[in-house]
Design a protein around this ligand. Structure first.
Ligand code: UDP
Length: 393
């Protein structure tokens, strides 16, 4: 891999970062980590708790990555479950020891996920280097059991040097759960616009050909792992009575949830929708796929901590419709840089889709303002500069 390809290399004056992430899937948190790992490739190593696509992606970029498989009790723990949280404690302790061993020679540990943070906080307690928790989840009762919230907040307040959060919404939830506000630094994620600028018209036509529809057919894109709270069913309900409209779902279930996938498949095969729903699975050509769409939707039924796909849709110069909750509200000014609809409301979503499709000039203006907002306010370069300053290395 040619190093000249990486324009974002950052100097840390010889000081070293150990990035730790428990999962090896390619979700939003992990894709943000890939950007950080590229920028700090000369002064860092990545530690994962399992093997998987993230490890392969990092290795293919020649980034130093090591996997220490965590005991199943830790990997399978559901953050919303009280009992499995207790049962996982010995495994967490074991992982804390491994992180302590691996952190020799590093100046700081950056924990990119909650499980990674809990283990890293224990390694700090055992005498390891300072730990920064990069919190990318909204800590609420819906997603975290009271025990897991208590553990995370107690460890954060006692062991974390800083807590980076990806939105004001994430910060607010952390503080409301008892987190120390003085630790918090808001660092909105950033996305590079380079791959979006490189998309060629032939590639867009190839996607339309792949799914078998002409350029004249309105195509709505939804880019997300398949999960109940990501609300793919809301989009299906919204287009049921819009017979011209096709939808493309890009992503797969990353954390189980096969029941939900079956339910989506059934809905997609129903008489009103059959032939208009295109399941693309997990893809690595998101900029091209987005460019082939007329509208990008983000349909989470729960507050989204950040929502990288919103920024990506804006960078693809498409009008983005997102739900008005959590961090999404920090990325879109309704009616100017995108559209916001109430979460879980398929009627409201249908109306906005109809509006944008029937008024191309309005859709184009929103896409243009969205692009300006994403490329100036949420650029990868700006994010890396803020990250570097916040890190204090
Ligand atoms: N994504 C991808 N391939 C897919 C589906 C999604 O690369 O098939 C990417 C998407 O482009 C975005 C990320 O996964 O960068 C999802 O991030 P987001 O913050 O929207 O959601 P999260 O996964 O963090 O819940």
């Amino acid at each position: 891999m040619n190093n000249k390809k990486f324009t974002n290399l950052i100097s840390t004056c010889g000081r070293k970062i150990l990035f730790v992430n428990h999962a090896a899937v390619l979700g939003g948190a992990e894709l943000c980590l890939v950007d950080l790992a590229i920028a700090y490739r000369n002064a860092s190593q990545i530690l994962l708790f399992e093997e998987g696509p993230l490890q392969n992606r990092l290795s293919s970029l020649n980034i130093l990555v090591k996997t220490i498989p965590a005991p199943g009790a830790l990997l399978s723990v559901r953050t919303s479950s009280r009992l499995s949280g207790l049962a996982a404690f010995p495994a967490l302790w074991w992982m804390g020891r491994r992180i302590l061993e691996q952190s020799q020679g590093f100046d700081v540990i950056h924990a990119n996920s909650q499980k990674a943070f809990a283990a890293a906080a224990l390694s700090r307690w055992m005498g390891g280097p300072p730990v920064i928790w990069h919190l990318r989840d909204i800590i609420t009762a819906r997603h975290f059991s009271s025990l897991n919230r208590w553990l995370a907040i107690t460890l954060a307040n006692s062991q974390a040097s800083k807590v980076f959060v990806n939105s004001n919404a994430t910060a607010k939830a952390f503080i409301a759960a008892g987190g120390n506000a003085d630790l918090v630094q808001v660092l909105h994620d950033g996305v590079s616009n380079v791959p979006f600028g490189e998309v060629k018209r032939e590639q867009v036509l190839a996607i339309r050909a792949e799914i078998g529809i002409s350029e004249k057919i309105p195509l709505i894109g939804c880019f997300s792992r398949l999960s109940y709270w990501k609300g793919q069913h809301i989009l299906l309900e919204a287009i049921q009575d819009l017979p011209e409209v096709h939808v493309m779902f890009v992503g797969k279930a990353l954390f189980g949830e096969e029941d939900y996938v079956n339910r989506l498949n059934e809905l997609g095969a129903s008489p009103k929708l059959s032939g208009r729903v295109h399941w693309m699975g997990f893809r690595s050509d998101v900029p091209v796929l987005m460019s082939a769409c007329n509208i990008i939707t983000h349909t989470s039924t729960e507050p989204e901590p950040f929502g990288r796909v919103i920024i990506e849709g804006q960078l693809a110069r498409k009008p983005v419709i997102a739900t008005a909750a959590g961090g999404a509200q920090e990325l879109i000014e309704d009616g100017r840089t995108g559209r916001l609809v109430p979460p879980g409301n398929s009627n409201a979503l249908r109306k906005v889709i109809e509006e944008l499709l029937s008024c191309p000039a309005q859709a184009e203006e929103i896409a243009c303002q969205g692009y300006n907002s994403a490329s100036t306010g949420f650029s990868l370069d700006a994010h890396l500069k803020k990250f570097s300053a916040a890190l204090g290395l």
